[in-house]
Ligand binder design. Structure first.
Ligand code: ADP
Length: 231
């Protein structure tokens, strides 16, 4: 079983998840262990149906495991009630999905401000921070645009800015460049990597892109419901 070293941003310890399908029981996660260190970018590469999304949902405290624990910082989430889990998720975890899920009626700037305001930051402060993040991601000129007026790569960069707006310790990404053409995927990936290193975030990135996976710090896969290191 994985150790959960002091201060590791994220540790999964013996995580289990089983689904019932008719009479059959599907054992998707059967004791998954993983420790993510600060500033580490880990690729999760596994075939479709292996349980990557399930693992990311559990790691992100969106779903409770049937067994085991998710430790964020030094905080075990197993015993937390739903309100405390939600608070911890908002404080400590950022998500980037394959589709950006930006709110269409809000500008890029507002989309990045919103999670900060939900967490209680004053509007002016959220605006300053959002603006700075968009500048760093090369989107200063696009602040006022709504998502529909942005290219796919720009939308995904706004989604990254939104994910890190609350300075999370952990970033979970599900095919973050999956909808982008190769040069754009490359740029977005490079920015993601730079952010991870500059901020000491721990990132777990599910991807089918073996070329990008090869450039991350480590690669893991799922085998019979357990996490194993891969080449
Ligand atoms: P991946 O992201 O690697 O493609 P998923 O985590 O989405 O895999 O799914 C793993 C397996 O669990 C699949 O066989 C899927 O059909 C099954 N599964 C996922 N969610 C549920 C659910 N809510 N109920 C029943 N089966 C599910």
């Amino acid at each position: 079983m994985a150790e959960a070293p002091e201060g590791a941003p994220l540790a999964l310890v013996g995580v289990e998840r089983h689904y019932s399908q008719g009479d059959a029981k599907l054992h998707i996660l059967t004791g998954a262990d993983l420790v993510l260190g600060a500033g580490e970018m880990v690729a999760l590469v596994a075939p479709s149906g292996a349980g990557k999304s399930t693992l990311l949902h559990i790691a992100g405290l969106l779903e409770r495991p049937d067994g085991g624990d998710v430790i964020v910082g030094n905080l075990s989430s197993a015993a937390l009630d739903d309100a405390a889990r939600t608070r911890l998720r908002r404080e400590a975890i950022g998500f980037v999905y394959q589709s950006h899920y930006l709110l269409g009626e809000f500008s890029a700037l507002e989309n990045v401000m919103l999670p900060q305001m939900i967490r209680g930051l004053a509007r002016g402060e959220a605006r300053m921070r959002a603006s700075e993040l968009l500048r760093v991601l090369g989107l200063k000129e696009r602040e006022g645009h709504r998502p529909a007026a942005l290219s796919g790569g720009e939308q995904q960069r706004v989604a990254i800015a939104r994910a890190i707006a609350n300075a999370p310790r952990v970033l979970l990404a599900d095919e973050p460049t999956g909808n982008l053409d190769p040069p754009t995927a490359e740029r977005v990936f490079a920015m993601l990597g730079a952010i991870v290193r500059a901020t000491g975030l721990a990132a777990l990135v599910a991807t089918h892109n073996t070329e990008l996976a090869a450039r991350m710090d480590r690669r893991v896969t799922l085998h019979d419901g357990k996490i194993v290191e891969s080449e």
